[in-house]
Ligand binder design. Structure first.
Ligand code: HXC
Length: 526
């Protein structure tokens, strides 16, 4: 036998095998076909793979489960099988750090979730849990694969269960870039952060048709569950971006603040210094205590330059939350916003703050509070909708947090809100106050009207008497020194010293160990 001939035949058959493999890979890459990809682009949407290309570092993606297909043969499914079954899964790096990903492919059965599709997602989550790295899930799906029935419903439940087990272990980010309806919304809802894109993504438990049948309301999908609705009204989404490219950039930015898992430390970056002149802070508080200022200016001047990433920016704007860096290290900021509703705490603000505090505490991100709060918002709307239990969420979250916790009282710290906003009494490590801080049960006018009611009633000139009593109350309490004399404030500092004091304080708290009493889990007033 001609040995060289036999060698050639074997090489040819190997080549043929590789060509076949390459062809299958390309088919897998094509998803549901060129027309469907074009249709996706026409809607202003990218494909599942294009989204991953933008998210992951170039060349870092490793796909898992490319050859998986569904196992159903009902309703003609036996004639339609696509490699990957409508979801691209795997791992890669984002800014050089390991990240697990799944990206639903709307071009295959509308991205609907089959048993096999769900199993691919669960596999990724299992790997993320075992290896301690974040999961980014890109959702673009018509929901449960209708032809599969209960198997697809079971697939969703498997994902919800895994989302819950992974909660607090690794960061989970949901990016909604198309439909996400029915029970499917509950996976993103359990995860830590939701991103949506204006005009191309929507989330609702029941869509416009059902809404019309049940409540007779006529509403579009966008109005009911678009990015704007969830960014402003419901607070379901943390970020609403104007297009998919910007959305993915934001996801990458968010990841840059987060540790990889609950045992990891926050990333350490270069310290670029603060923005502009720090002395600006000495002038920021208006002379008139009723006058507003924008707390984001305070954050901007205290945190590292350009480092503030606001979360939930359009929802409950009377409280500002977000990530920043201080001396190069991530911190989580919760700040009352005097520029909106005088910074009062209401139901939405309490929920927003509580969720953020708990996220930071899960992932070892130190907390910083800027406090300027006149109290809780009064009224039947608030009381009947549960300001008591919702306000308690924020209180409970701070009480339970064991990460380094620092508060800066910039102006008002009134009433119960003084206790709630990370006071020393509920476990804050360091509390600073600016010299103009007012720490009291309530504002001077309200206080004088109550405690000097008789004196004011008896006075010939009631207004003058009220003004005198108000002044006396102010002199006693409209300062930080009574609280400082009790040790409830550690130091009264000039605003321009804030950045430097905070950097040193967090360095001092770097090795903080604080264990909660042994328990199964607490019972936060949900
Ligand atoms: C199977 C589906 C599907 C689904 C869409 N497709 N959703 N296939 N199961 N759930 C298919 C369509 O048949 C179509 O296939 C292709 O995907 C694209 O869908 P279109 O309708 O042409 O696209 P569009 O007009 O953009 O509308 C998208 C849509 C719509 C709004 C998502 O498809 C839709 O309403 N789908 C059903 C949504 C739904 O009721 N899902 C179940 C929810 S309950 P062809 O081959 O014709 O192109 C649920 C329970 C979860 O999810 C349980 C958790 C607790």
């Amino acid at each position: 036998m001609d040995k060289s001939k036999s060698k050639n035949t074997s090489a040819n058959s190997k080549a043929a095998k590789y060509i076949r493999l390459e062809k299958t890979n390309t088919e897998a890459l094509r998803g549901g076909g060129a027309n469907r990809i074009e249709a996706q682009h026409k809607k202003g949407k990218l494909t599942a793979r294009e989204r991953l290309d933008l998210l992951l570092d170039r060349g870092s993606f490793n796909e898992i489960g490319k050859f998986v297909t569904h196992r159903s043969s009902d309703f003609g499914l036996d004639k339609e099988r696509y490699l990957g079954d409508g979801v691209v899964t795997g791992y890669g790096t984002v800014n050089g750090r390991l990240t697990y990903v799944f990206s639903q492919d709307f071009t295959v059965f509308g991205g609907s979730l089959s048993e096999a599709h769900a199993a691919k997602i669960v596999k990724i989550m299992d790997l993320a849990l075992k290896n301690g790295a974040p999961v980014v899930g890109i959702n673009d799906s018509g929901g449960a694969r209708i032809q599969e029935g209960v198997e697809s419903l079971g697939g969703y439940a498997d994902i919800f269960y895994k989302n819950t087990l992974a909660s607090g272990v690794v960061p989970q980010i949901s990016v909604v870039m198309g439909p996400c309806a029915g029970g499917a919304v509950y996976s993103p809802a359990i995860t830590d952060f939701i991103f949506m894109v204006e005009h191309t993504s929507y989330m609702f438990v029941t869509g416009p048709k059902v809404v019309k049948t049940v409540t007779h309301e006529e509403i579009s999908a966008e109005e009911l569950g678009g990015a704007e609705a969830h960014a402003i009204k419901s607070g379901v989404t943390h970020f609403a971006e104007s297009n998919e490219v910007e959305c993915i950039e934001k996801v990458k930015l968010l990841l840059s603040y987060l540790p990889q898992n609950c045992e990891d430390l926050v990333p350490q970056n270069e310290d670029p210094g603060s923005a502009g002149k720090i002395e600006f802070l000495d002038e920021i508080i208006p002379d008139n205590p009723e006058e507003a200022y924008d707390v984001r200016e305070v954050i901007k001047h205290v945190a590292d330059d350009q480092s503030f990433l606001e979360v939930h920016a359009a929802f409950a704007q009377n409280i500002v939350v977000g990530f920043a860096r201080l001396g190069g290290r991530s911190i989580g900021i919760i700040a009352n916003q005097p520029a909106v509703l005088a910074g009062v705490l209401d139901i939405h603000a309490s929920r927003k703050g509580a969720r953020f505090v708990r996220f930071c505490d899960c992932f070892n991100i130190p907390l910083l509070v800027f406090e300027d709060v006149p109290g809780f918002l009064p009224g039947t709307n608030q009381e009947w909708n549960g300001i008591i239990s919702n306000g308690a969420k924020l209180l409970y979250s701070f009480c339970e947090a064991t990460v380094p916790r620092v508060t800066v009282i910039t102006r008002k710290a009134y009433g119960g809100a003084y206790d709630v906003m990370n006071s020393k009494h509920i476990g804050a490590d360091m509390n600073f106050a600016w010299p103009m801080a007012e720490i009291a049960v309530m504002g001077a006018k309200g206080a004088a009207e109550i405690i000097f009611k008789k004196e004011i009633a008896r006075a010939e000139d009631r207004e003058k008497e009220l003004a005198i009593r108000e002044k006396a109350y102010n002199e006693k309490f409209a300062n930080p020194y009574v609280a400082a004399s009790r040790g409830f404030i550690d130091e009264v500092i000039m605003p321009h010293q804030t950045r430097e004091k905070l950097i040193v304080a967090y360095e001092m708290l770097e090795n903080k160990v604080d264990d909660l009493p042994k328990k199964k889990h607490g019972n936060i007033p949900l």
